[in-house]
Every structure is written in C-alpha cells, then in structure tokens.
Design a protein around this ligand. Sequence first.
Ligand SMILES: CC(C)(COP(=O)(O)OP(=O)(O)OC[C@H]1O[C@@H](n2cnc3c(N)ncnc32)[C@H](O)[C@@H]1OP(=O)(O)O)[C@@H](O)C(=O)NCCC(=O)NCCS
Length: 349
Amino acid sequence: MPSRKRTSVAASVSVGPLAEPDLDRADEIFRVAFGTFLGVPEPETFFGTADYVRTRWAADPHAAFAATVEGEVVGSNFAADWGSVGYFGPLTVRPDLWDQGIGRHLMEPIMACFDTWENRHLGLFTFSHSPKHLELYRRYGFWPRFLTAIMKKQVAVSAAVPGRVLYGELTAAERPEALTLSRALTESVYDGLSMDREIMATQAQGLGETILLEGSDSDLEGLAVCHCGAGSEAGEDVCFVKFGAVRPGPDAADRFERLLTACEQLATEKGLGATGRRSEPGPPGCLPAHGRPRFPYLAARRDHAQAKRAWIQPLGRLRNRRLALSDHHALPTGCHRPIDHTLSAPSPR
Ligand SMILES: CC(C)(COP(=O)(O)OP(=O)(O)OC[C@H]1O[C@@H](n2cnc3c(N)ncnc32)[C@H](O)[C@@H]1OP(=O)(O)O)[C@@H](O)C(=O)NCCC(=O)NCCS
C-alpha cells in the first residue's frame, strides 16, 4: 500500500460516538465488510436477518463508536461491559478503506471504555486464520488463547426442564432478585463477571429470553441469555445462546446438559424448531456432547489490569470454567485444535 495514501486517509479519520441516524450505514458496512472478507457472492446480504449493529448500539449507545471520513461513516466498533470482563466487536471498516489505519482508530475508544470500566479481563473473537487480525489485536495486548466452537443443530421437541424460569415472565418486582442470583452464579464462574447488562438489553429490546435454572436450594444452577429470531444476533429461525454458564462443581456437566435442554425447549416454544445455534464454553478443545462444529473461532484474551505481571494465571483460572464469550461470524475452516500451547505465554511488553 502506498504510504502517501495511507497517511492521507488516516489523517482525515475522526472517531466518535455512533449516532442513531448513522445506524443503517454502519449496519451496511458491517455486512459488506464481513461478506467481503469471507468472499461470499453478495456481501451486502451477509448475516441475513441477524442484527448486531442496532442491538449492540441500543444495549449501550455510549459504548458504540463510528469512524468518519469527511463526515461519512466508514466503520464502527462496540464495547460491552460484563463487570470484571470486557469484550468488544463487531469491528468493521468499509472494504475499500482497509489497511489504512481506520481499524486501529476504532480500537482507541474501545480501550478507553475498558480503562473507565476497570474490567480485569478483556476478550474478543476473531478469525484464527488471519495474520492481519491477530496482528491488529496483538498491538492492543490481545493474544490468541484457544478456539471456541460455535455449534448448530436441529432442535427436536424436548421435554420440559424442571426448575426453568424465564426472566421475561417474572414480574418487575421479582427481576432485581433474579439479577442478584444471576450475578452470584456468574461470580462463581469468574470473579466479578456480570450478565446484568446482557439480560436487561435482551429483555428491553425483545431480542429473546434469559433462562434461569433453579437448583434445589435458593441458588441458580444455570443461566443462558438467548437471542431468538430475526432482528436479534440469532437471525431468522435460530435460537442463539449468546451466553451460557452453570454453577461449577462435580455435577457441572449434568447441569450444563439441563441448561442446553432448556435452551432447546425455548427454541421450540418460540417456533424456532428448524435450527438452533449454541455456543458451548469449556476448556480448550472440549467440544459439546451434541451438535456439529460449525463456526470455530480463536478467542484472544488478555488480563487488562495485570497484563505484564500475571498473564497466565488469570487466564488459566478462566479457561477451566464455564464461561462463554460467543459470537458467530462464519469462518471457513474446520479447525478446532486448541492453539494456546503455542501462544499463551507472551513475553512481557
Ligand atoms: C479487520 C478490519 C476491521 C481492520 O480494519 P483496517 O482499517 O483494515 O485495519 P488497520 O489498517 O487499522 O490495521 C490493520 C493492521 O494489520 C496489519 N496487517 C495487515 N495485513 C497484515 C498481515 N498479513 N500480517 C500482519 N499484519 C498485517 C497492518 O499493517 C495494520 O497495522 P499497522 O497500522 O500498524 O500497519 C477490517 O479489515 C474489516 O472490516 N474486516 C472485515 C470484518 C472483520 O473481520 N472484522 C473483525 C472481526 S474480529
């Protein structure tokens, strides 16, 4: 790329909050960017009826950013605050402007959000086969960790799961207590992890449902934030488990089975029987009992506050717990080999 061109475009880029009137344009760029990167025939239709840009903007407009050149939106990026955990994406730039520094500009406000929120652990999902992506994020301290398989399966009619409660069916008076219990569960998975914002955004925008699995005592055994159908991150005829977690311990596998069955039950109830999409968290290389690996990802994460001092230890704690950070951009490889044994120990910067 000629350095003069790069300099001239980079100099005219400005980054600021993504404004509501610019959502359509940001959404178009989001689709065409992924579609172009993946080489699909009609990139502008990529992701079909799934919506990321509007839904993530609505979840937190203060954490949604646009890059503009001469007043025109040319890319966007979104941060999400999950308590002690922060993650971001989708980051997209108009394809004719790639490799001119705009993606990096769009990383700056995201990193500023994480500083403000004081998240301790940061992550994203990206394309494991792309040196460009790995290098782009490495510059912000993100290192490859392990591949996360995004699974898809046909949903069969399943038996009702005892103890399943839907957040959307609770009264306004009951919801704060449900959030407290959810937080207790996610904190048992990773200290400070909170799904409050995801649960409330899903509810407020009518994107799907949050499943709460009651245990024999007053605690929750499982939690799944599900997006359902067109206009959500799932897309038409799909129930997408955006986040799923169960209480750790000896019976965690059984609890996880129950949670997945409860997700299938939800998909059936919502008339999403044709396809279901689930992401299943777990140790590197641990594939779920059901389903077929469909969209593998490389998860790159870093410990934000202690990146230099304690890199491996907090990641090690996290990787053996039931934490799902999920996204489902298609990646045309069948690889789901954990690669963290080669890349999990960066040298101090
Ligand atoms: C990924 C994306 C957002 C990057 O935006 P961009 O504006 O092209 O990125 P930038 O130019 O700011 O930065 C790319 C960096 O990668 C580097 N890079 C590019 N190709 C590379 C390669 N083959 N190997 C190593 N580094 C490479 C560039 O040199 C640049 O770093 P520099 O600024 O220090 O020179 C854009 O390509 C896009 O929209 N892709 C499709 C959607 C997507 O994949 N989004 C991300 C999902 S996680």
